[in-house]
Design a protein around this ligand. Structure first.
Ligand SMILES: Cc1cc2nc3c(=O)[nH]c(=O)nc-3n(C[C@H](O)[C@H](O)[C@H](O)COP(=O)(O)O)c2cc1C
Length: 198
């Protein structure tokens, strides 16, 4: 698969089979290459990825549910529970995308002219890693989706896996073998989105 083919095939997959067609070592190698080669603002290399397999993956989504339980009524919790078990926990790995705020703070102090930009660029940097990982996983025959429970679950995650206080949890990516193909996607006309001048 070429890069553009993998990009075209990448979708949000909600729900996975029990199969594990790609080894944990291969997934780790994908993450290593993504982290090493994805660019970052000022080459700051602020991104941290935690890869959770098997019981750690299951535990993470249980932790999300524990936090959701604290802020929802019974009906909303039942819906969330169904979604989290079916769409996310049914996979066999989760990538947690963090940005190291300590590096961001250091850059803000050392380059005051750009200070306001560094937190924004850290978000851009994280997004670049997210797309690179999502596309590489697609190319390897896996599927993923992108989730945002960071604010809810960050303290519990840091406590569980002893992660540095300076890491900010930006996104979570459940991974597995897709149980079904997603429906067709609508595309806004490219003429309204790309402009070429000579
Ligand atoms: C910045 C960003 C944030 C997203 N946040 C979520 C999210 O919180 N939950 C979710 O299920 N999907 C999320 N998505 C997935 C989008 O809804 C999805 O990519 C889009 O509808 C196109 O569908 P596709 O991924 O199947 O191509 C996010 C995607 C992007 C790029």
């Amino acid at each position: 698969m070429s890069f553009l083919e993998a990009l075209e095939n990448r979708r949000s997959y909600y729900g996975f089979t029990a199969e594990q067609p790609v080894s944990e070592e291969e997934i780790q190698e994908i993450v290593r290459r993504v982290v090493k080669h994805t660019p970052s603002a000022f080459n700051s290399q602020t991104t941290r990825i935690v890869v959770l397999f098997q019981s750690a993956h299951k535990k993470f989504w249980d932790m999300v549910l524990t936090e959701i339980r604290k802020v929802t009524d019974d009906d909303a919790f039942a819906k969330s529970s169904e979604k989290i078990h079916g769409a996310f926990q049914s996979g066999y790995a989760t990538l947690l995308f963090f940005e190291d705020q300590a590096i961001v703070d250091h850059l803000m102090q050392n380059f005051p002219l750009y200070a306001a930009n560094f937190p924004v660029w850290a978000q851009h940097t994280s997004a670049m890693h997210q797309l690179a990982a999502w596309t590489a996983l697609e190319e390897a025959g896996l599927g993923a989706s992108l989730q945002h429970y960071g604010e809810l679950v960050e303290p519990a995650v840091k406590n569980e896996w002893n992660l540095p206080e300076s890491w900010k949890l930006i996104a979570q990516m459940p991974v597995g073998k897709p149980a079904a193909q997603p429906g067709a996607k609508e595309f806004a006309p490219l003429e309204e989105r790309i402009f070429i001048y000579r």
